[in-house]
Design a protein around this ligand. Structure first.
Ligand code: MEV
Length: 328
């Protein structure tokens, strides 16, 4: 058995707009997916997970998601998760020239599925890393990030940026603009996360922004305005100016709302955080439901969120300097 882990992330700035070539700044956080992999010579893929979702599932899987597992979570989430694992294994076969190889894959994750914290990127990065190593090949971080990106690109029908996968592979705060991916110096950020217990469908949300952008010039301008916010945010991050970072996060949330990717519960949590004195708050990731990220060095925001109706979990998150970790 070969075991790797990779971190989830929050977006300080720039989700959605990054799909259209604007810059984005995600930050890896200390919430991880751990993937254990063992070679099988019968070519099958068997995936086992106790905590990828709220309920455990195990599925004998031979390359199609049509024989869905009997489990109590949304079928689209499971089918998405299986799609990511399936395409990740395709990348492994390609990288190792072992076209017929199968695997037993065990996934443990403390990142909620589809909630904006980069669960799929973390699973994909850890799965590709563990499975290639299981076959005796250790990928450089750049190649790992690239192969994880290609996996997301395929699953998301060609609508994916390199931001989630690069951040998960390398750790820390990163800046992604098209193919240009680099690490950034970041101060200790007082990150607080609120989770509404729900999830958004990344593919649908990305497609919704694409349609708006095609229909209205002002939606295209909104996407570009997010890019301007990100560029200002990079300066604030370099200066360690938490107040300015917060103001810009508020602005970014407003622009994402205008693009239709917020939700009532995300807005409620954003306002609860602001009312509690957070320096700023915004949704993180694709939106539609899931998580918000706020900056607050005091305990107030976490406490307020934990009493906010519709907020299922509120917690602090440390920046994870480490990306992929090779455990066994
Ligand atoms: C999803 O975590 C982030 C999006 O920007 C999509 C992507 O970058 O691939 C919405």
């Amino acid at each position: 058995m070969t075991l790797s882990s990779a971190p989830g992330k929050v977006y300080l700035f720039g989700e959605h707009a990054v799909v259209y070539g604007e810059p984005a700044v995600p930050c890896a956080i200390e919430r991880r997916a751990r993937v254990g992999v063992q070679r099988r010579d019968d070519g099958k893929l068997r995936v086992h997970s106790k905590d990828l979702s709220l309920n455990g599932f195990t599925v004998e899987y031979d390359g199609s998601t049509s024989n869905g597992p009997d489990i109590d979570v949304s079928e689209s989430l499971i089918s998405a998760a299986m799609g990511y694992v399936d395409h990740a294994i395709e990348q492994v076969r390609d990288a190792t020239d072992e076209d017929e190889v199968g695997f037993d894959v065990t996934i443990e994750s403390d990142i909620p599925l589809g909630a904006g914290l980069g669960s799929s990127a973390a699973v994909v990065v850890a799965a590709i890393d563990a499975a290639t190593r299981e076959l005796g090949v250790t990928l450089e971080t750049d190649e790992l990030a690239e192969r994880a990106y290609r996996t997301e690109y395929q699953v998301q029908d060609g609508q994916a940026s390199r931001a989630d996968t690069f951040c998960s592979a390398t750790g820390g705060a990163v800046r992604v603009e098209g193919e240009d991916c680099r690490s950034l110096d970041a101060p200790d950020l007082p990150i607080v996360i609120g989770f509404d217990g729900g999830a958004g469908d990344t593919g649908k949300l990305v497609a919704g922004v694409r349609d708006l952008r095609n229909e209205y010039d002002f939606a295209a301008d909104t996407v570009e305005a997010i890019g301007d916010v990100v560029r200002n945010g990079e300066d604030a991050l370099a200066n360690g100016d938490i107040d300015e970072l917060g103001r810009l996060m508020d602005f970014n949330h407003g622009l994402l709302s205008a693009l239709g990717v917020s939700s009532r519960s995300l807005d409620t949590m954003v306002w609860a955080a602001r009312d509690a004195g957070a320096r700023g708050a915004k949704l993180t990731g694709a939106g539609g439901g899931g998580c918000i990220v706020a900056l607050d060095p005091t305990p107030e925001t976490e406490t307020a969120l934990s009493f906010t109706p519709g907020c299922e979990d509120a917690f602090r998150a440390e920046l994870s300097e480490k990306g992929v970790a090779r455990l066994e």
